[in-house]
Design a binder for this molecule. Structure first.
Ligand code: PRP
Ligand code: URA
Length: 236
């Protein structure tokens, strides 16, 4: 449907005429980790493909999420643990303190599942944010964050970092819980949203599988993959 204003003119699209940084400009940002793994590149191509079915799309989100989870958890704090192998006693290590993952509903659910497969006792803190497609502003509609915080780190996970509004809001919500360390994990970022998130929250690490070219006039990432929530859950 084409909307018109009272003068009968088409209103401006939300990203129309808005300046966006280039990929090269944001590649220099500190604390941004972009995967360069060949397996990731191959899975990303299948994920983006318009002919990939919903079940395959969801499976790929989880596989890509597991690769991202390994990357993002590489430097977590460890504590010593005494064990006995069949041959002798030894001091091994185990993850120190709780680990949380906050899926930004709905599209973040597949990535949260991936984290659970890598770290089965991860705590899942659900947060519902919905982007208004006219204004591109994120609105909170669901919050099941526990009041007791016993985490060493929490990962906000969402496949798409477009304008950055949802990611910035999610990190704001988590910061109010005083978690010692926060990170964002996503699949595809646009330079615009990546810069906004890094500027608003310079104290977090950002892990993504790919950095795309830009946002189109309606705020979709290009080349992107379309709507990550609809493609995971078959709601077209
Ligand atoms: C999508 C996506 C992000 C957000 C990204 O979610 O999963 O949460 O948009 O856009 P932004 O960076 O401009 O905020 P959407 O609000 O469409 O909800 P969904 O997950 O329920 O599909
Ligand atoms: N949300 C999506 O699912 N895809 C985009 O390209 C942007 C926001």
């Amino acid at each position: 449907m084409t909307h018109t204003n009272t003068e009968g003119e088409k209103p401006k699209l939300p990203m129309q005429g808005i300046a966006q940084p280039t990929r090269e400009e944001v590649l220099k940002l500190p604390r941004v980790h972009i995967s360069s793994h060949s397996v990731m590149a191959s899975k990303m191509t299948s994920l983006r493909d318009v002919n990939t079915t919903s079940p395959d799309f969801y499976r790929l989100v989880k596989e890509i999420g597991a690769l991202l989870a390994y990357e993002a958890t590489a430097s977590l704090a460890l504590e010593p643990r005494e064990i006995e192998t069949p041959l002798e006693k030894m001091t091994g290590s185990t993850l120190a303190g709780g680990i949380g993952v906050t899926p930004i509903l709905r599209a973040g659910l597949g990535l949260a599942e991936a984290f659970r497969e890598v770290i089965p006792d991860v705590q899942v803190w659900h947060l519902g944010l919905r982007r208004d497609e006219r204004t591109l502003q994120a609105m909170e509609y669901y919050n099941r964050l526990p009041h007791t915080v016993n985490l060493q780190v929490c990962y906000a996970v969402d496949p798409m970092l477009a304008t950055g509004g949802s990611a910035i809001d999610a990190i704001n919500v988590l910061k109010r819980r005083n978690i010692p360390r926060l990170s964002y994990v996503g699949i595809i970022a646009a330079p615009y949203g990546l810069l906004k998130l890094a500027q608003e929250h310079p104290d977090i690490d950002i892990y993504i599988a790919a950095l795309d070219d830009k946002l189109n006039d309606v705020g979709y990432i290009v080349p992107g993959l379309g709507d990550a929530g609809d493609r995971q859950f078959g709601t077209f």
